[in-house]
Design a binder for this molecule. Structure first.
Ligand code: Z5A
Length: 212
């Protein structure tokens, strides 16, 4: 097969990213593809510490720009220590959230101008972009209910419905602007039906790679 691919999973809280990440891993293993699985914010020692600061409740009044810059600080470390080395070794990278989350949460949710985010994206990532993004989409009430059953809310999960509706709208706008890379999965359905859509998108992606 061709060069190692960078796949990201996106969506608002509780839609099932972590659950379906394991399913995507099984599809990669079926193809005997060597991969690393990671997440944002996090994925490195420093990134996980930044994640604690970002998600914890000790800095509830954090400025929006601080939050944005910390996301990209964690990402710079992640790219340097994990993502770029893995891709260079020929390992695929499967990442739970990446920069589309910044456009959705800090852009859509917090209202930061996407052009500012783009400046940081270009600066931090150079030309590194995901090859495929699966956007798990569901009405926010569904994700919130699923997430709520699981654990105490983090700093983001404490936001109100209006915030999450803006996040979802920003994600869907990005998918419509970049439909070649970002594939929308209806995550409101039962898990088997969600997996079926993921399987379909992954097989198309494999076929596309094999035909090039
Ligand atoms: N963030 C940001 O603001 N800017 C950035 O640039 C980045 C991130 C990278 C942490 O992300 C926060 O960081 C996130 C955005 C911000 N905050 N929020 N909200 P995270 O990915 O760690 O947090 P999360 O979105 O809350 O993800 P999660 O809690 O891990 O949820 P999930 O992975 O999407 O869902 P899940 O754990 O797989 O599933 C939730 C439950 O639903 C679980 O019990 C499943 O068994 C169940 N489930 C899953 N699918 C189904 C279906 N289809 N039917 C029924 N039940 C299901």
């Amino acid at each position: 097969m061709t060069k190692a691919q960078f796949i990201t999973l996106e969506g608002s809280e509780g839609v099932g990213k972590t659950t379906n990440l394991e399913y995507i891993e099984s599809l990669l293993r079926d193809k005997a593809i060597d991969y690393v699985v990671t997440r944002e914010p996090g994925g490195t020692d420093l990134g996980e510490q930044l994640r604690e600061l970002l998600l914890g409740h000790q800095h509830t009044g954090m400025a929006d720009d601080t939050e944005l810059l910390m996301m990209f600080a964690a990402r710079a470390e992640h790219l340097d220590k994990v993502i770029k080395p893995a891709l260079a070794r020929g390992q695929w990278v499967l990442c739970d959230r990446f920069t589309d989350a910044t456009y959705a949460y800090q852009g859509g949710g917090r209202g930061i101008d996407p052009l500012r985010i783009k400046i940081l994206e270009d600066y931090v990532q150079g030309d590194c972009r995901p090859d495929l993004t699966l956007l798990l989409d569901a009405p926010i009430e569904i994700g919130r209910e699923r997430a709520g059953k699981r654990s105490a809310p983090d700093r983001f999960e404490k936001e109100q419905a209006a915030f999450f509706n803006k996040v979802r709208a920003a994600y869907l706008q990005r998918a419509s602007d970049d439909s070649k890379r970002i594939k929308v999965i209806d995550a409101s359905l039962e898990l088997d039906a969600v997996k079926l859509q993921i399987d379909h998108q992954m097989q198309s992606f494999f076929n596309h790679l094999n035909s090039n």
